[in-house]
Design a protein around this ligand. Structure first.
Ligand code: PMT
Length: 408
């Protein structure tokens, strides 16, 4: 008879730092325990200003550790035992101060000491004011931690407790717990998301544009936005700050992604122009209308007995504008082709001065526009070619983002 070997629970040491997001820590412990993780909590001194040790003790089921020099606590479970107990250390919220200390190995409280004393995989969910997060010193500290195999989760963008708006909000507890489950399921395989885009700014266009003819009629195409939204999700999972400029689609905005809705190609160009400063990677996945009506009728055009002629003018090429900037990001284009895939894509790569292009063969209706799958041929300006076999847009997106990350 075969013996059932119970699976060991992953032991997570949750480090809570002193930021307003600490009030979410109780929920985070609950979400982690629901997903069968064993959770113990360390609090920094300032975290206790935002949430009580009693609350975290009640939800975790363990006494909470908060002092480095506490004889009783050391006798029960000292900092070295805690460091050995943990399979993973999750610091959430991680303040700019703790991130800075960890980046240089300062050990002046229990949490920083345990991190240095432990060989556990470390995850960091930053939470701070948007300007503190954007500051070069925090970004340098984060890069150091990433280079030491720390995995950064978020932060998300949005309104902050101080009233500012921008990147710096801690990811929601549910999202952190889900990302850890994804990590656990990917362990040991190649599907593990890397953190290669941590702190990078990525601007992505997605979906169709809609060019008005009159108040009820328009010119557009069959782009559903699925490919662009999958790219946004994949880049966010690699730690990037993602802004998605989206034409009209029927999709949910991926978590922690900043979305800007646009309608026409002209709107899309303006939105891109307004958000390009500081951008490290630009991905033009939108199916932008090449032409737009010269005149948009203000009233519904009436039918008569004659044929009708519509005069169109050329839209500006958004991606070419991005690639022509003196401080240009790494620019990735798409080319949907129904014939001569490689030749047409290569000519777009050169003509638009792109760094990389993803060519989709749209001769098969089950691939490309408005479908769940895609097949991509990647070409870059150095002449490297890579065929990604037909797969879901999520899988293709994560492979494309990995290719971009490898080239940066
Ligand atoms: O949205 P889905 O249903 O998921 O479908 C995804 C997709 C098929 C739309 C996507 O994978 C794709 O291929 N998008 C590009 C479509 C296309 O053919 O683009 P293009 O050849 O017109 O343009 C080439 C590149 O220039 C693209 O990066 C495009 O975004 C950009 N472009 C084009 C015209 C313009 N005025 N401005 C631009 O920036």
């Amino acid at each position: 008879m075969s013996k059932i070997v119970p699976q060991k629970k992953i032991r997570i040491l949750l480090g809570v730092c002193g930021g307003i997001a600490a009030y979410k820590s109780a929920d985070l412990v609950r979400r982690l325990k629901e997903r069968d993780f064993d959770v113990r909590v360390i609090m920094t001194e300032s975290a206790a200003e935002f949430i009580t040790p009693m609350t975290l003790q009640a939800v975790s089921g363990y006494s909470v550790h908060d002092a480095l020099f506490d004889r009783e606590a050391e006798a029960a479970m000292g900092h070295i035992e805690l460091a050995k107990w943990a399979d993973w250390i999750l610091i959430a919220p991680a303040t700019a101060n703790t991130i800075a200390k960890l980046s240089v190995g300062i050990c002046d409280d229990l949490l920083s000491t345990v991190v240095v004393a432990s060989s556990a995989k470390c995850f960091i969910a930053p939470a701070m004011n948007q300007q503190m997060w954007a500051s070069s010193v925090t970004q340098e500290n984060i890069s150091k931690l990433v280079s030491r195999d720390c995995h950064v989760l978020g932060p998300a963008s949005g309104e902050q407790a101080c009233g500012d708006v921008g990147f710096g909000r801690m990811l929601e507890p549910l999202e952190i717990a889900e990302q850890l489950v994804d990590y656990q399921q990917g362990q040991g395989s190649n599907s593990l998301p890397s953190n290669g885009l941590a702190g990078k700014r990525v601007l992505i266009t997605a979906g169709p544009t809609v060019e008005a003819i009159d108040p009820v009629r328009f010119i557009s195409n069959h782009s559903s936005g699925k490919m662009g939204y999958a790219l946004a999700k994949a880049a966010q999972k690699q730690g990037a700050h993602v802004t998605l400029v989206s034409g009209p689609v029927n999709l949910t905005t991926p978590y922690a992604v900043d979305k800007v809705d646009v309608i026409s190609a002209q709107d899309m160009l303006s939105a891109v122009k307004n958000r390009l400063v500081g951008c490290d990677i630009f991905i033009g996945c939108a199916a932008v209308a090449d032409y737009t009506p010269v005149d948009v009728a203000t009233q519904k055009i009436k039918k008569n007995d004659n044929d009708m002629q519509l005069t169109l003018k050329k839209n500006a090429d958004i991606i070419s504008w991005v690639a022509a900037q003196s401080k240009k990001p790494f620019v990735v284009g798409f080319a949907a082709e129904s014939e001569n895939l490689q030749q047409f894509a290569k000519s777009k790569l050169e003509r638009k001065k792109l760094d990389m292009i993803c060519a989709n063969d749209i001769s098969e209706p089950s691939l490309g526009f408005n479908s769940d799958n895609n097949r991509i041929l990647i070409l870059d300006k150095k002449g490297v070619q890579l065929q990604l076999p037909a797969a879901s847009k999520e899988k293709i997106a994560s492979d494309i983002i990995q290719q971009v990350s490898d080239r940066l």
